[in-house]
Design a protein around this ligand. Structure first.
Ligand SMILES: *Cc1c(COP(=O)(O)O)cnc(C)c1O
Length: 368
């Protein structure tokens, strides 16, 4: 079955008389004598979500309370002092976790330009893990997934890929040989900005067992209501993504032609440095755009404040379009993100309404 179909069908209860949807099982504990014991060790609602996302990514899924909880669980499987090679610019929360672990001596971290395949692989010599995010948040850099997976494995490093921006409908890192895929299900998978959840997916049974153990011991289990909502969101992922992606392609093209915009990053633009790689390894270019505006950081911030339909807020991947100047966060400044860079998560509103909103916000830039 195609993934658009799996998104609708996977993880449903089966058999005569079964409900079509998994019930929200609100319990912390189970009567003794059965297979289930305690809520932290497993639960039917998040297991239904796991079945669905596992089918979409082509592995076994372990759901977590947030994307960061999934990230930390994967890092906790590494040996003490193990070196992690990661993109210089990536989701700042992951950067923070790596920096904290490095400062504490738990892990070592090496940051590289992941668009430079040779330099990235040179850093993988003797490393425990290559951590990839592609496209990256917020710069939309595209890493050469097949070459990096093969090269990292040849150097003895495992490979983890944060697939939050692409989703399994547009990119399946396990098919490229990656060892584990990580998601912030808070974003596209849930898709409605109403929950926090994460997941790790792998085809390695030993890794599944240690991730499940980490989740149980560390207590990073998702709540049943969040798991129910995430699975409900997953049912419409294909149609949401198709619409948002088509609008993003159009908005990126118009932004690139707007005199108030000095740079646009969207892998679907033919002139984007990540275009050829994205075309080779993805089934679409996604719905995230990064662009820089003419003038100062304050001028860019004012654009984010002037939008009326698009919401000025952090996060991404929902039905509603969101915009923010990423360097309003100190961690993002430290990673070298351009001060006028605005990250736009394109939702499923009508594209002409979105453009009219962006245009009025950009046309008020000084000097325009
Ligand atoms: C949001 C995000 C995360 C963290 O996920 P949470 O659900 O917020 O904990 C990790 N990676 C990427 C790429 C993200 O966008």
């Amino acid at each position: 079955m195609r993934r658009a179909t799996l998104a609708v069908t996977a993880g449903r209860p089966v058999g005569p008389g079964a409900p079509l949807n998994p019930p929200v099982v609100l319990t912390s504990t189970y009567r003794a004598g059965g297979e289930r014991t305690y809520g932290r060790s497993g639960g039917p609602t998040h297991e239904a979500f796991e079945a669905a996302l596992g089918a979409l990514e082509g592995g076994r899924c372990v759901a977590f309370a947030s994307g960061m909880a999934a990230v930390v669980a994967v890092l906790e499987t590494l040996p003490a002092g193990g070196r992690v090679v990661a993109p210089r610019s990536l989701y700042w929360g992951v950067r923070q976790v790596l920096d904290h672990r490095a400062q504490a001596g738990r892990l070592a971290a090496a940051y590289v330009d992941v668009t430079d395949t040779e330099a990235t692989l040179a850093a993988c010599e003797g490393a425990a893990l290559l951590w990839l995010e592609t496209p990256t948040n917020p710069l939309l850099d595209v890493a050469d997934l097949p070459a990096l997976v093969e090269g990292a494995h040849a150097r003895g490093a495992r490979v983890a890929v944060d697939n939050t921006f692409a989703t399994p409908l547009l990119q399946r890192p396990l098919e490229h040989g990656a060892d584990v895929v990580v998601h912030s299900a808070t974003k596209y998978l849930g898709g409605h900005a109403d929950l926090l959840m994460g997941a790790a997916v792998t085809a390695d049974d030993a890794l599944v067992a240690s991730l499940v153990e980490r989740r149980d011991v560390d207590g990073a289990v998702p709540g049943p209501l969040d798991a129910f909502l995430a699975l409900r969101g997953l049912r419409t992922l294909d149609v949401r993504l198709q619409r948002a992606q088509a609008s993003a392609a159009e908005l990126a093209r118009r932004l690139a032609a707007h005199p108030g915009v000095t740079a646009v990053r969207y892998p679907g633009l033919a002139e984007d440095p990540g275009h050829a790689r994205a075309a080779a390894q993805m089934d679409g270019y996604g719905a995230m755009i990064a662009f820089e505006t003419a003038g100062t950081a304050d001028d860019a911030e004012a654009v984010a404040r002037r939008v009326r339909l698009i919401v000025h807020a952090t996060s991404l991947g929902g039905v509603e379009s969101l915009i923010e100047r990423r360097t309003r966060w100190a961690g993002e400044v430290a990673m070298g993100t351009p001060p006028t860079l605005l990250r736009l998560s394109v939702g499923i509103e009508h594209v002409e309404d979105l453009w009219a909103d962006l245009e009025q916000a950009l046309d008020a830039l000084p000097g325009r």
